[in-house]
Ligand binder design. Structure first.
Ligand SMILES: *[C@@H]1O[C@H](CO)[C@@H](O)[C@H](O)[C@H]1NC(C)=O
Ligand SMILES: *[C@@H]1O[C@H](CO)[C@@H](O)[C@H](O)[C@H]1NC(C)=O
Ligand SMILES: *[C@@H]1O[C@H](CO)[C@@H](O)[C@H](O)[C@H]1NC(C)=O
Ligand SMILES: *[C@@H]1O[C@H](CO)[C@@H](O)[C@H](O)[C@H]1NC(C)=O
Ligand SMILES: *[C@@H]1O[C@H](CO)[C@@H](O)[C@H](O)[C@H]1NC(C)=O
Ligand SMILES: *[C@@H]1O[C@H](CO)[C@@H](O)[C@H](O)[C@H]1NC(C)=O
Ligand SMILES: *[C@@H]1O[C@H](CO)[C@@H](O)[C@H](O)[C@H]1NC(C)=O
Ligand SMILES: *[C@@H]1O[C@H](CO)[C@@H](O)[C@H](O)[C@H]1NC(C)=O
Ligand SMILES: *[C@@H]1O[C@H](CO)[C@@H](O)[C@H](O)[C@H]1NC(C)=O
Length: 609
């Protein structure tokens, strides 16, 4: 018994990273508690609670997983004789502390003390818990409590969830899928390959799905099983590092001997002579977030320089930049005059290196005048996509998209319409819209990108204008370049009358798709796949999504074969089964109504539609 307990404690402190939460005691006050203002109390509110004998503060918190919880500290102040504070966790006494004696004519109230850890860590299940902080003894002047620090062995726990602000449904389950699992179908291997992110517009969740033999699959998109009528759908780039601008320098007075300028994003150095000032701008794109659709590190850019107040003599500027192959590309000389005070230069897609230094080199000839460069900045170039109409009838509309910037360019897809032999070049995305049964218009139910990325969702629910896609599945055997997994599609054969879609990959692999849309779900049958790459080393499907924190994610759990659900990014490395559901338990502020995704490995000749 003793030994076992030692093991658990050892495990707790050595193997699990814990996270510390500060509970401002005044946030948990009830009507009878008195708040005090103390300049040395914890920021930002500088408040404490003044407590007397038998006063209780109920500190409620929530857990997402089985976690060790330990009270690490109580911060308090006292003036006068000592008092006694006891801690009860979920009804069980865990420890107490006797406060220091501090008699300093009232000054003691602004001098704070720490108790250190109270009691031992406790293993608690997910859900709501309560620490009761009770003053069991006190002098007539009481004691002031400021802060309680709690350590939780769950590094993924988010502050809002810890404070029970986030709502998670513990009872969302997909155990019903168990009945559809067929013993005759060998299991697929689901391999965890996710990373963490602060940017909600980046796909950080990646689960590779390997299978030795399967040729048929079914992907189903349902409205989320949690119940919410909120439809948050705007992208949120707050935690992302974007290229608008890559960097900017303002009001730079020109001189060959002035000191360098270093910003968080770039370095500007000066040399040369008063006649020819050389400026070198060095910058790295390491910190940029590769967002879902357009990777800012790859897209072309615009260099913009403003030099107002040029006199009669011209200011000549020569621009060169270093390409990925280390060659210098010279963009020539251009003049700033009293009329033309702003100039731009376009730098093509895929110029900059993702890692390491990029350089822009300027030679400025001020022509015997004082020059102040009002601004010099590098931005991502603007983009404009082109829509190509491919097919429509009463039920569906099929459209192609030629993206202005596509990271696999110049590779694109050819779409062949088999019914009339018409073909469409330069397509990067194919989109299928389905008629909304209860009204005018169509809603997007299926999208496939040239890299195999597929997104599905049911038709827009009644009463809403549109619902965002969330998670995606890459169909086909992926390879990775620049950190992006892709399965290169070179051609799609399409027969809208037979609802026939055939994907032909660059490596001559192929799959046939059939799309079925109902008002509650959209199903995609993927059948007769022929894969040319090694199935041991190349997944056949790849699940991609975003998880920043519970409550800010497009997916937070996975269940395989209806077993106990696992958190999407932690606590497992490989899972085996024939059916997986990717879903959310916690109401998310990101893409709130984007669908739950089910992936089903079908046996030979298994019919499910
Ligand atoms: C808290 O105290 C700090 C100085 O310790 C002061 O700058 C700040 O304004 C105070 N905040 C409030 C809300 O009183
Ligand atoms: C905490 O204290 C309150 C008030 O005394 C009591 O009602 C509640 O049951 C206590 N909670 C626990 C978990 O002991
Ligand atoms: C994902 O897979 C790649 C390639 O197999 C591997 O190098 C990487 O470490 C994996 N990442 C995670 C988070 O498992
Ligand atoms: C640069 O100078 C302009 C014009 O004098 C002024 O409006 C602007 O605020 C300055 N910018 C910075 C960053 O100092
Ligand atoms: C720029 O101005 C200089 C004189 O300052 C002139 O010699 C040169 O031809 C001009 N260059 C262009 C491209 O107009
Ligand atoms: C200044 O440059 C403009 C064109 O860039 C050119 O037409 C003009 O002649 C130049 N002025 C002088 C004084 O060289
Ligand atoms: C399409 O082309 C094929 C072969 O070139 C031909 O057999 C078929 O009749 C054509 N179909 C139509 C609708 O033109
Ligand atoms: C596509 O396939 C061709 C021929 O097999 C090969 O040369 C080419 O490198 C492939 N392209 C990509 C991007 O994989
Ligand atoms: C699948 O169906 C085909 C033809 O209907 C049949 O020849 C084959 O044996 C079946 N395969 C399995 C595994 O049942």
């Amino acid at each position: 018994m003793h030994y076992l307990r030692l093991c658990i404690l050892f495990f707790c402190s050595a193997c699990v990273t814990s996270k510390r939460f500060n509970l401002q005691v005044e946030d948990f006050k009830s009507n009878r508690h008195r708040q005090m203002q103390r300049s040395e109390a914890s920021k930002p509110m500088n408040r404490t609670l003044l407590l007397f004998k038998n006063d209780v503060v109920r500190l409620q918190f929530c857990l997402q997983r089985n976690s060790f919880v330990r009270v690490e500290d109580l911060r308090y102040s006292n003036d006068g004789p000592s008092d006694e504070v006891s801690f009860v966790l979920d009804g069980q006494y865990i420890g107490k502390h006797t406060t220091v004696v501090d008699t300093n004519f009232g000054q003691g109230w602004n001098s704070f003390h720490s108790t250190g850890a109270i009691g031992e860590g406790k293993l608690l299940p997910p859900g709501r818990h309560e620490i009761n902080l009770t003053v069991t003894e006190s002098d007539p002047w009481g004691v002031e409590v400021d802060l309680v620090n709690v350590d939780v062995s769950d590094e993924l726990l988010d502050y809002s969830h810890f404070l029970c602000i986030l709502y998670c449904f513990d009872d969302i389950r997909y155990e019903d899928i168990h009945f559809t699992v067929k013993d005759s179908v060998p299991s697929a291997r689901f391999v965890q390959n996710s990373t963490l992110t602060t940017c909600t517009e980046m796909d950080n969740v990646k689960i590779d799905i390997y299978h030795d033999t399967a040729t048929d699959f079914m992907i189903t998109a349902n409205l989320p099983r949690y119940r919410s009528f909120s439809n948050q759908k705007a992208p949120n780039f707050d935690g992302c590092n974007l290229a608008s601008p890559y960097w900017i320098f303002e009001n730079v007075s020109l001189s060959p001997v002035r000191p360098e300028i270093q910003t968080s994003k770039a370095l500007m150095t000066f040399s040369g002579s008063g006649y020819r000032v050389q400026i070198v701008i060095t910058f790295s794109l390491d910190m940029l977030t590769p967002t879902k659709e357009v990777d800012d590190r790859m897209i072309g850019s615009v260099l913009r320089i403003r030099i107002p107040h040029v006199k009669d003599a011209n200011v000549s500027v020569n621009v060169r930049y270093k390409e990925t192959n280390d060659a210098w590309n010279d963009l020539g000389q251009i003049n700033f005059t009293s009329e033309v005070t702003e100039r731009t230069w376009n730098i093509p897609d895929k110029t900059w290196a993702y890692n390491g230094a990029n350089m822009i080199h300027l030679v400025v000839m001020p022509n015997k005048q004082d020059v102040v460069i009002e601004s010099i900045r590098l931005d991502r170039r603007p983009t404009k996509d082109r829509q190509i109409h491919i097919y429509d009838d009463d039920d569906i509309v099929i459209e192609g998209l030629d993206l202005d910037f596509w990271y696999l360019a110049p590779h694109t897809m050819i779409i062949n319409r088999m019914d009339n032999n018409q073909s469409y070049q330069d397509i990067d995305v194919l989109i299928v819209y389905s008629k909304i049964p209860w009204g005018e218009g169509y809603s997007q139910v299926f999208v496939i990108y040239q890299d195999g990325t597929t997104k599905l969702q049911p038709v827009t629910p009644h009463g809403l204008d549109w619902v965002p896609f969330g998670s995606s599945v890459i169909i086909g055997q992926t390879t990775i370049s620049n950190g992006r997994p892709h399965a290169f599609i070179s051609r799609i054969d399409l027969d809208p009358y037979r609802q026939y879609i055939k994907l032909v990959f660059n490596d001559t692999s192929s799959c046939i798709l059939r799309l079925e849309t109902y008002y509650t779900q959209t199903k995609l049958l993927i059948k007769e796949c022929i894969f040319k790459k090694d199935r041991q080393t190349h997944p056949v499907l790849t699940f991609r999504s975003m998880w920043e924190a519970d409550g800010n994610a497009d997916v937070d759990h996975i269940t395989v074969n209806g077993d106990r659900s696992r958190h999407i990014v932690s606590g497992w490395e490989q899972l085996y089964g024939t059916t997986a559901v990717f879903f959310r338990k916690c109401i998310s502020k990101h893409n709130t109504l984007s669908p739950d995704i089910k992936i089903h490995i079908l046996g030979k000749n298994e019919t499910v539609l």
